[in-house]
Design a protein around this ligand. Structure first.
Ligand code: GLP
Length: 230
């Protein structure tokens, strides 16, 4: 793992955007992997500031809430469309698990599509305060594939800041598995702020299923950008 220590989130988002651009340009025809959340919004803003014009035609999302339609502003499809596609003026295809042909029984086709169009040149990754990667909660099998999962209460409470109340946060989600994520050629993991410190430290100390990061810790091309001392 390469650790790049930055002073703060702004500096980290700028470095993440530069790194994302170079890694995606190494294999310009290969898809990328996108993520959601506040951390990623900062990176996408930096991509826009740099006037990044993607060469890739396909992007795969990490995860999606179960039962939210694409037009629901809380769906990850909507978030990626607004904060990535629209912001950058990118007309490529967003593949989101649980949406379009990947809904219901089609979820297995998501894995097939990654195999067919991939490997992803770079997968962006955030970190949940409880250590989740995408929606792989602690305890997820390290060899898991794309599937529907139940969300932890801690995750629902943490993500309720984007909803009117915690009751509106879906209880289930569809997520790339840990082994799916590990197939990307490069992983760009971002963790800013004290709330992520315990999860990061735990992964370093206990590389087992209690810490989803364990599945990717030894990936041959994992870059961690953080403002934390770990
Ligand atoms: C959500 C997403 C994760 C993301 C996490 C952290 O739960 N499913 O993929 O890593 O939020 O988000 P934030 O960057 O807002 O802290």
């Amino acid at each position: 793992m390469i650790i790049k220590k930055v002073q703060n989130k702004v500096e980290g988002s700028e470095l993440a955007a530069e790194t994302f651009i170079s890694l995606s340009n190494l294999h310009p025809l290969k898809p990328v992997g996108l993520a959601t959340g506040e951390t990623m919004a900062g990176v996408y803003q930096q991509l826009a500031i740099k006037d990044f014009k993607p060469k890739f035609d396909n992007a795969f999302a990490l995860d999606e809430y179960a039962g939210l339609e694409k037009i629901n502003p809380n769906s990850y499809y909507f978030e990626l469309y607004e904060k990535f596609s629209k912001l950058l003026g990118w007309n490529g295809r967003l593949h989101v698990p649980g949406q379009d042909e990947y809904a219901g029984d089609g979820v297995t086709q998501f894995e097939v599509a990654i195999e067919k169009l991939g490997p992803l040149s770079v997968q962006l990754l955030g970190l949940g305060t409880n250590g989740h990667i995408a929606f792989n909660e602690p305890g997820s099998a390290l060899n898991s594939i794309t599937r529907e999962v139940e969300l932890n209460e801690e995750t629902r409470v943490a993500n309720s800041r984007f909803f009117e109340s915690v009751n509106q946060v879906p209880t289930r989600a569809i997520t790339q598995g840990l082994s799916t994520i590990a197939k990307a050629q490069a992983l760009l993991l971002l963790a800013f702020g004290e709330s992520k410190l315990q999860a990061l430290k735990k992964a370093m100390k206990n590389p087992d299923e209690s810490s989803p990061l364990a599945a990717i810790k030894d990936h041959k091309n994992l870059i961690l950008i953080t403002d934390l001392d770990i």
